[in-house]
Design a protein around this ligand. Structure first.
Ligand SMILES: Nc1ncnc2c1ncn2[C@@H]1O[C@H](COP(=O)(O)OP(=O)(O)OP(=O)(O)O)[C@@H](O)[C@H]1O
Ligand SMILES: [Mg+2]
Length: 152
């Protein structure tokens, strides 16, 4: 199985209220090898966010050509939640504060959604709270985050 992200000749349009249908990506090719970090740079409006949204499966964009391969699947055929379960998703740059929802609980719900299996009781597959706290702390340590974030 290939864990590289391979984008081949990607073309995409967005429906603009004033200008109508506009082609933003015109034949983009990019390979991101497993374990590497890539920074995509370019002028404002050149399509960086558009690319990120399309990889994640945002419904406002229409892919008119090309393929995106990840783990031996053309992920353009998958729904956004299916892509996220494979490991492709957008992280929040500015997370929205929802009163009563802690970041920790939000993340635990996401972990449990990924652990859920068809035909099984979600309670059986849910991560035990203590195990989740450990996972959270180790991730935070890796990102050098302040301990107080876990309580927000
Ligand atoms: N929701 C939208 N409706 C209409 N046009 C859009 C929409 N989103 C993006 N565009 C257009 O698509 C083009 C690419 O925009 P995009 O936001 O992907 O660029 P970017 O490279 O992320 O820019 P920035 O550096 O400003 O973040 C721009 O011309 C922009 O005006
Ligand atoms: Mg952008």
């Amino acid at each position: 199985m290939s864990n590289d992200l391979i984008i081949k000749d990607l073309r995409a349009t967005i429906n603009d209220k004033e200008a109508g249908e506009r082609e933003i990506l015109r034949g983009l090719n990019l390979t991101v090898r497993q374990g590497t970090i890539h920074a995509i740079m370019g002028p404002n409006g050149s399509g960086k966010s558009t690319l990120a949204h399309i990889i994640a499966g945002h419904p406002n964009y229409e892919v008119t050509g090309g393929e995106i391969w990840y783990k031996d699947q053309n992920i353009l055929e998958l729904e956004a939640d299916e892509r996220s379960k494979l490991g492709l998703f957008l992280a929040f740059q500015y997370p929205v504060a929802v009163p009563g929802v802690t970041v920790a609980n939000f993340l635990r719900a996401a972990v449990n959604a990924h652990r859920a299996e068809a035909g099984r009781d979600p309670k059986e597959t849910a991560i035990p709270v203590a195990e989740f706290r450990k996972l959270l702390r180790s991730g935070m340590k890796q990102l050098e985050m302040d301990d107080s974030f876990a309580r927000r």
